[in-house]
Design a protein around this ligand. Structure first.
Ligand SMILES: Cc1cc2nc3c(=O)[nH]c(=O)nc-3n(C[C@H](O)[C@H](O)[C@H](O)COP(=O)(O)OP(=O)(O)OC[C@H]3O[C@@H](n4cnc5c(N)ncnc54)[C@H](O)[C@@H]3O)c2cc1C
Length: 419
C-alpha cells in the first residue's frame, strides 16, 4: 500500500475531509491526488463563494450554520484571513411572498426590511417600466427578506488554510495526477482470467493514473461533478447531474453606486442580492470594486458536461441584463470585464449532499451549488463515515445522523432555497 487512505480531489470537500480525518487519526497516512497543478482549481475556484445559513431543510441549515461558525473561528480566533465579510443576503420580493420565507422567518433567520432601511440613495427602481412589466413580467418590489449570518468569502484563502494545516500534519499531495479508473478486484483473488466474478466479494485494489498505480486500504472520491465518470464504469450510481453555472464580472464607476450602497455595515458593501425574478443574483466583490452576477437557470439548460465549460456572453445580454437593468438602472452603462463558467454537482431529488460508502470507497458529492459554505460540516461527516460512526459532531456542538446523507436512508426533505 502506498498510503492508508487516498483522497481523490483537492477541492474544498477533499481538503475538509482530509483535515477532519487526519485530526481524528494522526497516525494515518493520507495522500490527496488531483489532476490539477494545485489545490482547488475545480469548481471550488469558480464559485461565487457566498455563504448563508438560509436553508429550509434542517440538514442544509445545520451544515451551513455550523460551517459558518467554523469559518468565523478560522478568521477571528485563529487570525487566518479567509476574506469573510458579513454583508448579509437580501432576497428582494414582490407582492407574491415566497413560501420558504415563512419557514426562515419562523426560525429567526431572516427579517422583513423596507428598501430604504437597506439602501442609501436611489440605486433601485422599485417599480420596473411598463415595458419591463409587460414583456419580462417583472413586478413591483415591495421589500426584502434580509439574512444576517450571510456574506462573502474567498475560496482560495479558505482552501489555503486547509492546505497549510494538512501539509503541517504531514498529508501528502500528488498534483498533476489524473485518476483514469478504479481497479475493481476480488477480495480473495484466484488469479483466473476475467475476475472478479459475480460470486466473489469485491474491493478497489488500486487506482490507475497517468503517473502509474496508487494503492491504499481505503479511498475517498471528493471529485465533485467528475464523480459520475469515475463511478459509472463500476456500476455505482453517483446520483448527481451536472448543472452549468456562469458568472459575469461587471465593473465601471456606476456599478460602485450599487456596490457601496448599504446602510447596514460600516464599509457600506451591498448585501448579496437575489432579485425576485428568474433567480438572478448580484454578488458584491469589493476587493475588485466590481459586482458578479449570475442566475440559476434550470429548465432549458441541458445536463451536458464538458471539461472546460465556457461562459456564454449572450446569456448575460439576453437573460440577465434585462432583469438587472429593470431594477438597477446602473447596469445600463456597465460593462462585463470578466466571466467564467463551472458546474454544480446537483442532487436533483432534494439538493442535499450525498456522502456514502460503497466497497472500500467513500463518495462525497452532490453539493448542489453550496459546497463551500457547507464544506467544514461535510468534512466532519466524511470523517464520521470513515470511522464508522452513526453521528457526526459538528463545530457548533450539534450532531447529525450521517445516514441521512447516504443512499438507503437519504433524507427526502427537499430544499427550497437553491440558487
Ligand atoms: C458558478 C458557481 C458558483 C458557485 N457559487 C457558490 C457559492 O456562492 N457558495 C458555495 O458554497 N458554493 C458555490 N458553488 C458550488 C461550489 O463551488 C461547489 O459546491 C464546491 O466547490 C464543490 O467542491 P468539491 O470539492 O466537491 O468539488 P471541486 O472543487 O470541483 O473539486 C473536485 C476536484 O477533483 C479533481 N478531480 C476530478 N476528477 C479527477 C480525476 N479523475 N483525477 C484527479 N483529480 C480529479 C478536480 O481537479 C478538482 O480539483 C458554486 C459553483 C459554481 C460553478
Amino acid at each position: 500500500m502506498d498510503s492508508d487512505l487516498i483522497i481523490v480531489g483537492s477541492g474544498i470537500i477533499g481538503l475538509t475531509s482530509a483535515y477532519h480525518i487526519k485530526r481524528q487519526n494522526p497516525d494515518l497516512s493520507i495522500t490527496i491526488i488531483d489532476k490539477a497543478p494545485t489545490y482547488s482549481q475545480g469548481n471550488t475556484g469558480k464559485s461565487a463563494a457566498a455563504f448563508r445559513n438560509l436553508f429550509t431543510t434542517s440538514l442544509n441549515y445545520s451544515l451551513s450554520n455550523s460551517s459558518i461558525d467554523f469559518y468565523r473561528h478560522i478568521q477571528e480566533d485563529l487570525g487566518f484571513n479567509i476574506g469573510m465579510k458579513f454583508t448579509g443576503y437580501l432576497f428582494l420580493v414582490t407582492h407574491q411572498i415566497p413560501g420558504w420565507s415563512e419557514i426562515l422567518e419562523e426560525r429567526g433567520l431572516v427579517k422583513w426590511m423596507e428598501l430604504d432601511e437597506i439602501f442609501e440613495g436611489a440605486v433601485i427602481t422599485r417599480k420596473p417600466s411598463p415595458d419591463a412589466s409587460d414583456i419580462i413580467g417583472l413586478d413591483e418590489i415591495t421589500g426584502g427578506f434580509f439574512g444576517q449570518k450571510c456574506g462573502i468569502m474567498e475560496p482560495d484563502l479558505l482552501s489555503a488554510f486547509y492546505y497549510g494545516e494538512l501539509k503541517r500534519m504531514g498529508v501528502d499531495f500528488q498534483f498533476n495526477t489524473e485518476v483514469r479508473h478504479l481497479n475493481l478486484v476480488p477480495t480473495n483473488p484466484l488469479n483466473y482470467p476475467g475476475e472478479p466474478y459475480i460470486w466473489q466479494d469485491k474491493t478497489i485494489g488500486g487506482i490507475e493514473t497517468n503517473r502509474g498505480t496508487f494503492r491504499a486500504e481505503k479511498y475517498i472520491l471528493a471529485t465533485g461533478v467528475w464523480t459520475t465518470s469515475l463511478l459509472d464504469p463500476l456500476g455505482i450510481d453517483s446520483h448527481i447531474r451536472p448543472r452549468k453555472r456562469q458568472i459575469f464580472r461587471i465593473g465601471g464607476e456606476d456599478i460602485k453606486k450599487i456596490l457601496y450602497s448599504s446602510k447596514l455595515n460600516p464599509d457600506r458593501v451591498a448585501p448579496f442580492i437575489v432579485l425576485p425574478h428568474a433567480g438572478v443574483y448580484i454578488r458584491p466583490n469589493p476587493k475588485e470594486n466590481s459586482i458578479w452576477v449570475s442566475a440559476s437557470d434550470n429548465i432549458g439548460r441541458d445536463f451536458s458536461f464538458t471539461e472546460d465549460p465556457l461562459p456564454e456572453r449572450e446569456f448575460y445580454d439576453l437573460n440577465l441584463r434585462p432583469v438587472l437593468e429593470a431594477y438597477f438602472p446602473a447596469f445600463s452603462s456597465a460593462r462585463v470585464d470578466g466571466s467564467w463558467a463551472g458546474y454544480y454537482a446537483y442532487n436533483t431529488i432534494n439538493r442535499t449532499p450525498y456522502i456514502f460508502r460503497s466497497l472500500n470507497v467513500i463518495v462525497a458529492t452532490g453539493t448542489s451549488g453550496s459546497g463551500i459554505l457547507k464544506g467544514d460540516s461535510i468534512g466532519r461527516i466524511v470523517s464520521a463515515v470513515y470511522s464508522g460512526d452513526e453521528q457526526a459532531l459538528l463545530y457548533d456542538g450539534s450532531s447529525i445522523e450521517v445516514d441521512k446523507f447516504g443512499i438507503e436512508n437519504h433524507s427526502l426533505e427537499r430544499e427550497l432555497v437553491v440558487l
